[in-house]
Ligand binder design. Sequence first.
Ligand code: DGL
Length: 263
Amino acid sequence: MYNNKPLGIFDSGVGGTSIWKEIHSLLPFENTIYLADSKNAPYGYKSVDEIISLSIKNTELLLEMGCKIIVVACNTATTNAISILRQKFNVPIIGIEPAIKPAALKTQSKNIGILATKGTLNSSLFMSTSGEVTNDISIIEVIGEGLVPLIEEGNIDSDETIMLLKKYLQPMLKANIDYLVLGCSHYPYLIPQLKKLLPENVSIIDSGEAIARQTKNILDLYNLASLSKEKPKLQFFTNSEINVLRKFLIDYSNKVTIKNLAF
Ligand code: DGL
């Protein structure tokens, strides 16, 4: 019975649906509840205290809804709040961090780029992770200012988005990167645009698949995996524009429910 409780997933908005898709693809029978806190997006420019209190609010709501584990599908919330969430709540909490280490292991040019929010790049967790990368590798960090609001508006293909991406990639290309790490769960939605702007030798890494595998491992470890083989209940809640969230879930429209909720 306990095992069929939902997985709780939250993000500052629609971006974490990129993570939800990976989780659902690996764990298709798990019930899920996703909270899109779009009303408070972007988290990337909030203070650490604000990010922590929003993360606590989202986690409390998911636990009230009966979730068995929490996936923080937001790099900014993970890098600023996960240790507090783990201290405060007595359920497994999985977070998402920029995939700096895999990129550092693979790079040939010894230069890797990371595009993330200000909140992630300034966090002590990110600084300690990037500090562990060996000295012979340069990490070119760029804040993706303005990208999250554009994605939240559904403006993925706009001239403004392309202009910003060009600007953010410029110092990375100048530094001869061969790996681009996407350190924000919103950014996988920009991969088609990024591919058009990047030379062929630059690979893009995001953390979606890794977090889905980690979620499966944690469910197995704690004996929390669902035993059901029935159609799962896939619930999405947003505290903002429902149509934007719907657009990001268009391929799943016959499977999911999307509702407004004041939180
Ligand atoms: N999806 C969040 C992340 O992964 C976006 C942060 C924001 O709202 O600024 O960092």
